[in-house]
Design a protein around this ligand. Structure first.
Ligand code: HEC
Length: 147
């Protein structure tokens, strides 16, 4: 009887430890902000932005390869417009680094400005370099923030 009584708290303690270990391994967990609906809307516009980026990047690649200034101009304009409203985007992972995430969009905007200047000067080789500098930012953000 006495052994039985002492055994129970030990089992309880073991049980608590067992449960506590996997619970703490989740760490401080993600802090979700805003409602689920807000999140859905923001994610939808972020997906659309990426689809537009991709289309613009393809237009630009074609334009540079085929020496087509009009298409290059349209691609650069599309890229520029696609950046509108990026302030509401949110990375799916590394959320604590959201400032860095938005800095990459701002840098993308600057490099798009350089590309537009090269296209305006009708300098496709320089445009090709400016385009490469843009892809650098796409790749940097995907490496850090895409899941
Ligand atoms: C500031 C960060 C950031 C930049 C810059 C960025 N992307 Fe993305 N991209 C993402 C994230 C995050 C995803 C993952 C899915 C999502 O949120 O749409 C993604 C996904 C994508 C996808 C997959 C489609 C999808 O919706 O999942 C494509 C295509 C894409 N990006 C193209 C581009 C191109 C082209 C550029 C450069 C012109 C670019 N991205 C620049 C963050 C970025």
């Amino acid at each position: 009887m006495t052994i039985f009584h002492r055994a129970i708290p030990i089992f309880v303690l073991a049980g608590i430890l067992f449960l506590a270990v996997p619970a703490t391994s989740h760490g401080p967990a993600e802090h979700k902000e805003g409602t689920h609906a807000d999140h859905e809307v923001a994610m939808k516009s972020q997906h659309e932005r990426m689809a537009n980026f991709k289309e613009a990047a393809e237009m630009l690649a074609d334009a540079i390869i085929h020496n087509a200034p009009k298409l290059a101009h349209d691609g650069a304009e599309k890229l520029d417009r696609s950046l509108d409203g990026h302030e509401k985007d949110m990375p799916h992972k590394n959320r604590a680094r959201v400032k860095e995430f938005h800095r990459l969009y701002v840098e993308l905007g600057k490099r798009t400005g350089n590309l537009k200047a090269a296209i305006k000067a009708d300098d496709l080789p320089r445009s090709a370099v400016a385009y490469g500098r843009i892809l650098e930012i796409c790749a940097a953000c995907h490496r850090k923030f895409r899941d």
